[in-house]
Ligand binder design. Structure first.
Ligand SMILES: Nc1nc2c(ncn2[C@@H]2O[C@H](COP(=O)(O)OP(=O)(O)OP(=O)(O)O)[C@@H](O)[C@H]2O)c(=O)[nH]1
Ligand SMILES: [Mg+2]
Length: 200
């Protein structure tokens, strides 16, 4: 029997606080794909990994509460982007590290997240795919909160630019990596499961 949680010193935040404009203004976490909400796909993968699962959301709090250990919400209604969700999660995270994930990447799996976890350290670690940093697939020491807050106070709103200020470690992905795929608009909801995917 494995010991749960599998990542012993790591909180995880699922970012679900966006406007979902490209999904017609829907709360993306509750958009259904293959019979389950996107947030349910994500929660199924990460639930065994942590005993501190945080969901950053601005709507449907009661529904999200059933899936998480803690909820955070943005301090205002402006949808200033995911960096505010990351900051809010860093403030309440109970562990030394915070793994950051979006709510709309239902192809992720534990093997991919293990790669991220293995790079946990003083410097943030981020996936890099086809030359592009993926700041919403990252792991950050909670001790970096004050540095990120200073950047926020100075007007920074981009998670990528903020994390790049902290000299991050890149985790390079294969060019054909599918597991980081974001579901941004309704057209992708028609995509089938990959052959190796399985849903409990
Ligand atoms: N807390 C918080 N999270 C956000 C905010 N904006 C985006 N996110 C989250 O960041 C991730 C990436 O954002 P997008 O893929 O652009 O999602 P979105 O902003 O809801 O969708 P669009 O309105 O179509 O851009 C998603 O998991 C969002 O839920 C925000 O203002 N606050
Ligand atoms: Mg957006």
């Amino acid at each position: 029997m494995p010991n749960y949680p599998l990542f012993s010193n790591c909180s995880i935040v699922l970012l679900a606080g966006g406007r979902g404009q490209r999904m017609g203004g829907q709360d993306k976490g509750w958009v259904t794909w293959q019979g389950h909400a996107l947030i349910e796909h994500m929660q199924r993968v990460v639930r065994p990994l942590t005993d501190d699962l945080i969901i950053s959301c601005n709507r449907n709090h009661e529904r999200y509460q059933h899936l998480a250990d803690q909820l955070v919400s943005d301090p205002n209604q402006d949808f200033t982007g995911p960096l505010i969700g990351i900051l809010s999660a860093l403030k309440v995270a109970r562990h030394e590290y915070l793994m950051v994930l979006p709510c709309d990447a239902p192809r992720i799996d534990q093997a991919l997240l293990q790669q991220l976890y293995q790079q946990a350290g003083e410097r943030p670690a981020l996936f890099k795919h086809q030359g592009h940093w993926q700041p919403l697939f990252s792991i950050i020491a909670t001790a970096q909160l004050s540095a990120l807050e200073q950047l926020w106070q100075a007007g920074e709103r981009s998670p990528k630019h903020a994390l790049l200020q902290l000299n991050p470690v890149a985790i390079h992905c294969a060019a054909d990596e599918q597991r980081l795929a974001n579901f941004n608009d309704p057209s992708v909801l028609q995509q089938p499961l990959l052959i190796e995917d399985s849903l409990c």
